[in-house]
Design a binder for this molecule. Sequence first.
Ligand code: SAM
Length: 298
Amino acid sequence: MSYIKDFDKTYTPDKQKNAVLGGVLYLVGTPIGNLSDISERALKVLSEVDFIAAEDTRNSGKLLSYFDIKKPMVSYFEHNKRERGEMIVSRIEAGESCALITDAGMPAISDPGEDIVRICAERGVPVSVVPGPCAAVSALAMSGLFTGKFVFEGFLSTAKNERREALESLQNERRTIIFYEAPHKLRGTLADLMKAFGNRKISLCRELTKLNEEVLRMTLSEAIAYYEENQPRGEYVLVLEGASKEEQKANAFWAEMDEFAHVAYYTEKGLSKNDAIKAAAKDRGVGKSEIYNIVMKK
Ligand code: SAM
């Protein structure tokens, strides 16, 4: 028996493992632009479930008819998710199988999918995932920025205060930060990012997997200048460089304090002198003895 044959055998999808079962919610990832990105398993699940819950039945109808799949669909979107979610989960509890698809990409990532998974989790209804493209992860991979650690922020709130608070809370974030954004809000968001983070690197990942796929790797000020001249078009993921160690230090609450004030800050909060020295040393990224020698010298 050759190695290749063995490999093929282990690679052949196990029929039992891939069986579509009643009483299960399948989260099915769908393409974010290029229909060829649909997986074999996604097509099988969509063809075999009892019904499909879709964010936009017209939009998903086009996807299904492209693959010649005819299935009853129910709509499940932001404004009907509460009562529709309950109804869908009750049908699954009664033994039906359901595939959840959203407009594009991985259901439950910045779309109403997350709520129905929560209902299933609360009611002990099995959920199975059929992974597919996700705009955030695809953009991160394309960004050219540090990918080892990242945070996903989804869409920034349009409410002024909430948006400001969210951006402020990210100022010291060392990890790469991912945002989703709509084209008509891009210019405003770039200006807000510049104000909150200064002139950091950003990768603007546009129309991924589509004909006009583009990644602009630039600084925030270059991006602002670019979009003064060019109209933002299509769907965007913004991947922003995290804070440098120096920035983190400069933004820290203790940046203006000397070692005495920093230790006092913690003792006033109720820590013992020793623990306050430890905490201040940790903040400053130095050894405890360094702070100890300074504050105990007098
Ligand atoms: N659940 C989807 C996912 O994670 O892939 C995202 C759904 S969210 C409602 C839609 C946002 O994803 C868009 O506004 C855009 O920011 C991003 N997006 C989706 N498809 C994209 C694409 N082809 N290129 C760039 N961004 C995309």
